[in-house]
Design a protein around this ligand. Sequence first.
Ligand SMILES: [Ca+2]
Ligand SMILES: [Ca+2]
Ligand SMILES: [Ca+2]
Ligand SMILES: [Ca+2]
Length: 370
Amino acid sequence: MAYNNKVQITTFGRWGDKTPDKYFHGLLNNICIWNRELSDAEITAYYNNDPSGNEAGLVGYWKFNEGTGNVADNSAATGGFAGAIYGASWMNISTQPDTDGDGVADESDYWPEDASKAYNTVYPSGNNFYFHLNEDLWPNFGDYDFNDVILKTKVHQYKNAQNELVGGRVISNVYWIGGGIPRGAGIEWLKSNGTATQLTYLPENAVTFSEPPNVQVDLEVKNAVKLFDNNLIESQNESVDFEFAWDNTVGGNHLWIQSYIYRERNHEIHAYGSPPTNAANMALFGTGDDASAVSWSWTPGTTFPVPSAFYKSGTNLPWGLEVVAPEFWIPNEKTEILLAYPQFRAWAESGGTVNPAWYNNPDGNYAHLP
Ligand SMILES: [Ca+2]
Ligand SMILES: [Ca+2]
Ligand SMILES: [Ca+2]
Ligand SMILES: [Ca+2]
């Protein structure tokens, strides 16, 4: 890849858009930028031996040998482009213990005695949670109070010293139960293209799970678990906490998780645009108020764009939603979410472009905290 000399700012260890959770959790050293394509032989040579700095085409070479201060000098002979350091700290790897020998110093290693794992990233970041809201009367709107099952969740992603995804952890709490029907909840794992605009079905056992109480591998669906099976309505305030292992040779380094509830096992309700699992009763789609597609393929390797054509009404209203926030005001029982959140309808019907922060503006006459 040729170096683009029109780039205004180049950032290492962080996405350029400054989103706070998009940081590289690891060590950076000897970063080179070349303005020409390297041959395979050159790549091998520079993998084994650092460049001297005056090689043809080497325009950026940050060795990070300063060891102190806020500037990383460019050691390429062409000079210029000293780097300003923000929010990173220096580490002298020659003096840092690395107990498990995975190449990540103990101080930076979330598992200093386990060479298979090094970094843990928690989503969503900070004091935010995923809130998964569900209306259990799909395919009809019914009371449309959207409070029948609300799960509050954090997802951890584990990476190894090579920054490859190797597993993670799900901690999910039953934040609210506002309906008597639901029997269980589920989570299905898919491969993502990294921006979650394209998802891919994985072959069996690409993801494997621990099964503490209230968590069971779903034998009908590949790479999925059942939570609180047959016991969801008695489980308010209860939590599940389990780990999963991810085979990155099959699934790559980006995952996507979709949560859903079910009434009878084949009556599934998913978030807007998420497809049903292969255990769902497809005859329900396109009935009542639902205007979804009516057929689908779950073959491993099948890739599809999201949002897909499922779980939406003719005017784009959903039956399941994901909100990222520190807390969520619950629509009062039998009160339409359209009343509890005055900005909701315009948000949903616009496809999410209008009122993107609708969930921060409940009407306290029609909504409450738990
Ligand atoms: Ca280590
Ligand atoms: Ca480790
Ligand atoms: Ca309801
Ligand atoms: Ca309800």
